[in-house]
Each structure stands twice: as C-alpha cells, then as structure tokens.
Design a protein around this ligand. Structure first.
Ligand code: FAD
Length: 278
C-alpha cells in the first residue's frame, strides 16, 4: 500500500485506485492523464506487460466514459529494447485507443530518444489525430521540431524539460529556458488553431498562454502534475481546460523521490509527515 505521504503525488498502486482518483478530479471539472509508472525496460516482457496494462486501462476509461487519457513513456514500451519494437507497441496502443475514443500522450525522455520518439509519433498523429507529443524547451533543437510538427493533428505539450542534457545541445540557465518556453508557446499559438498543451506549473507561463489565447483564439489546455499547485488546478478549471497528470503503479518510489527533491517545500512537507508518523 502507498504510504499516505506518497498519496499526494501518486494516484495509487492499482488501476482501480487510479480510476477512483480520476472520478474524483472529474467532479472538479479536471481531466486526468494516467501514467503507469515504469521506464527504461531492457526486456521485451516488461515492455509488453506495460503495453497490455495500457490496453486494459483504455478499456476501463472507455467503459466508464471518464474524462481521462493516458501518457506513455517510450522507454516503458520498448525504446531501449529496439526502436521498431517501441513503434509497434505505440501503434498498437494508439490504434486501440482510437477505437475507444481515448487520447494517448507520448512523454519525451532525454535527448538520445528525441528522433525516434518524433519519428514514431508523427505518422500516427497524421493518421489518427488522437495522439499528442511532449516537446522540451531546454533543448536547442526543439524550435525546429516544433516547426516540423506544428501542423500535425492531435496535440503538442510544451514543457521546460526535466532531463539534465549536455551543454552543447541544451539551454541550462533557467532564464534562457523560460525565454525559450515563452517563444515556443508564442509560435505554437500563432500557428495552431487547437491542440496546444501548456505543461507547466509556472504562473507566468500560464498567464502568457492566456494572453496568447486571447490574441490568437487558439484552443489550449493547462496540464499540471498531481500534487503540485492543486488548488490552482481547481481554480483554473473554472475558466480553462485543465488536465492533471497522475502517475500510478507499484514503481512509485523513484517518482515520489524526484517530486520531493525538486522543491524545498516538498522535502520539508515529507520530513514533517515522516516525523509526525514516527
Ligand atoms: P518551474 O520552472 O520548475 O517553476 C516555475 C514556477 O512554477 C515556480 O517559481 C513556482 O511559482 C511554480 N511551481 C513549480 N513547481 C511548483 C511546485 N512543486 N509547487 C508550487 N509551485 C510550483 N518533462 C519532460 O522532460 N518530459 C515530459 O514528458 C514531461 N511531461 C510533463 C507533463 C506535465 C503535465 C508536466 C506538468 C510536466 C512535465 N514535464 C515533462 C516536466 C517539465 O519538463 C518540468 O520539469 C516541470 O514541469 C517543472 O517546470 P515548471 O514549468 O512546472 O516550473
């Protein structure tokens, strides 16, 4: 069972708990992006197990007509095993989800995976339009990737980027990443009519997106992580489309550790909870 403190960031260990979490947030008008925790598998059996878990989750979402979709990590469905195997698994998931009217997001991992991920995503998006891709502002290449993909059906999620990347291909200064993020948002809103997802908790970036929406009329959604600025998620959902990215599954420890370590307040909160329980 999940310890209470991890409950803040992880929607349970089982699909049933993740679906219960989804129902709860749907009541607040917030859609839920479900991610089964798992990455960097080097065996086909692990990748196949998570692919099958997503296929079942798609059935569960469709059966209840929940406001929910899924987000898949490439290395979770075979990218580290063999790029073709990853493409085959992603295609199986997207085709099944399309039949059930469930949207599929593809997370973006570190820069060594970017080309393969985009190459697998683009034809699926052009064929089905029921799939979205994450693009990272901390990579210098992303402006060109966005120009390549700006007219794809489906959605594009812009994030600042979570991976430490080599200095010669990335922007490392926070101010530079923020400037690039603003610029990518501007370009996306100028060139797309819909399907822009702002994957950020940053109030300044959300305000920027709202201004761009007013100027260009582009439909957009705000995406935030479970456990981060949750009251803002509920407030924003009054006027905007808000989706919450909610991970679940028994591989929660390293995800939880990342969330706690990325912010002093989270670490203090975790420490207080642990001390309070001891
Ligand atoms: P930051 O730049 O970290 O912070 C800016 C401001 O936001 C802060 O000053 C504060 O006001 C507010 N803020 C940020 N965090 C908190 C907090 N914990 N509590 C309160 N306020 C806070 N990265 C990838 O590389 N690949 C992915 O596929 C990917 N998918 C993502 C999906 C979603 C839905 C989200 C939200 C993020 C995803 N990320 C992904 C992570 C992303 O790249 C960033 O690392 C992460 O979102 C932190 O950047 P930020 O823009 O939220 O805010």
């Amino acid at each position: 069972m999940l310890p209470p403190i991890a409950n803040n960031f992880v929607a349970g260990e089982t699909p049933a708990e993740a679906l219960a979490h989804t129902r709860e947030y749907n009541e607040h008008g917030i859609g839920v992006i479900l991610n089964l925790l798992g990455e960097h598998y080097d065996a086909r059996a692990e990748a196949a197990a998570d692919r099958d878990a997503y296929l079942q989750l798609i059935e569960d979402i469709a059966a209840e007509d929940l406001q929910a979709c899924i987000s898949v990590k490439p290395s979770q469905i075979g990218l580290d095993v063999d790029p073709e195997y990853f493409e085959t698994n992603l295609t199986a998931i997207v085709e099944h989800a399309t039949l059930r009217d469930v949207f599929v997001w593809v997370d973006m991992e570190d820069h060594t995976t970017t080309d393969t991920t985009i190459d697998a995503f683009e034809p699926l998006a052009r064929e089905h339009g029921t799939v979205g891709l994450c693009l990272q502002a901390n990579l210098q290449r992303t402006r060109e990737d966005l120009e390549r993909l700006v007219d794809v059906p489906g959605k594009l999620r812009l994030v600042k980027g979570a991976y430490d990347e080599p200095a010669d291909i990335s922007y490392s200064r926070k101010e530079r990443v923020n400037a690039e993020y603003r610029e990518l948002l501007r370009y996306a809103f100028e060139h797309r009519e819909s399907g822009v997802a702002v994957g950020s908790h940053d109030p300044a970036m959300i305000e920027h997106a709202q201004e761009l929406h007013e100027r260009h009329g582009t439909d957009f959604e705000i995406q935030m992580l479970m456990g981060v600025r949750e009251s803002a998620q509920i407030d924003l959902a009054e006027d905007c489309t808000v989706w919450q990215y909610a991970p679940y599954g028994d591989r929660w420890l390293s995800y939880f550790y990342r969330r706690v370590m990325e912010r002093k307040e989270n670490a203090l909160f975790a420490a207080r909870a642990v001390l309070g329980r001891s």
